[in-house]
Design a protein around this ligand. Sequence first.
Ligand SMILES: Cc1cc2nc3c(=O)[nH]c(=O)nc-3n(C[C@H](O)[C@H](O)[C@H](O)COP(=O)(O)O)c2cc1C
Length: 366
Amino acid sequence: MPVEFLGIAATNEGSEVTARSGPSFDKDYTLRLARAHEEYGWDRILFAYGSGSPDPSPAAAYIAARTEKIQILVAHRPNVSYPTFAAKTFATLDRISDGRLAVHFITGGNDHEQQREGDFLTKDERYARTREAIQIIKKAWTSHEPFDHEGAHYRFRDFVSDTFPVQLPHPPVSFGGSSPAAYAAGGAEADIYCLWGEPLAQTAEQIESVRAAAKAAGRTDTPRIQVAFRPIIAPTEELAWEKAHATLARIKARKAGSPLSRRHPVTNPQNAGSQRLLAAAAQGERHDRALWTPTAAETGGAGNSTALVGTPETVAQALLDYYDLGVDILSARGYDLLDDAIDFGRHVIPIVREEVAKRDAERAAA
Ligand SMILES: Cc1cc2nc3c(=O)[nH]c(=O)nc-3n(C[C@H](O)[C@H](O)[C@H](O)COP(=O)(O)O)c2cc1C
């Protein structure tokens, strides 16, 4: 199975090491970053969601209209729009992009951040709502007959869309979360299940939980698995570790200046995924071949925050360890977003693709 690479569709140059210099939606930077991913061999880019961030759907439409082949993954929180409306937004985006869309459903791991946009449900209730929203959106994408819906969170009558996606039966549904309620909802509904970069043993545990949840939901297939890292590469191991420590120092300096993010608290995260990253960091700084956790510890396990450190060869081999575990989508984002997207695309992606092709050929021959 060919491996896929997911990068980031940031809308400005800000990151944990760099405060942004202009508006949150910097049109030129957004396009430059997307085109760099397209040019350097990435498959798809993620437009993330935060309560105060630019709306990812029009940002994605802008990029889709100015690129040819890079695929787009748009994050969506079901609390911000009614599912029939969201279904049309995404169907339209799939048309604009000629079938390059996937939707990443976000339940929200932090009550305070959810409440900023009027969402006062508990996390477990939010997962039940996400599941209901996904079911409605899939039906709106595929049903040419009017239908009613009577659920715990949504109720409507006689809806039929006149706007259908290009992709059949529908654009891929991506999903993230690491709590039992997440596995149940995503295991049942997701085409792609997303994890953050934990050590191999813990990643294997999570893959097992997702597969068990899919089976419990009566599925005969299983979601594809995606894992996300922050690669720190350099021409030698020594230079890569120097760069890693310099990156950590830059995160500390940036934190001292202004808050890293309004979306993620830097201490005591409520979401299981961040708690798991902090637990891995508490166990040790280095795990397996190249996983490094201080970047996660320093940022409260805020999302994709564990690093893979080393030469391109080392980082590629570390990614292949995850591929061998059953991961088929590798998500990566550097700290200097544009330069790192180019370096990773130039030096790491070709090695991983070549090794995966070899493994697949050997498997086919066997
Ligand atoms: C790869 C990935 C990307 C995510 N992107 C976002 C995002 O853009 N915005 C957001 O609010 N949450 C995002 N999340 C958070 C999750 O969707 C989820 O709401 C949260 O982790 C739930 O917590 P749990 O681990 O306790 O189940 C992302 C999660 C993953 C795994």
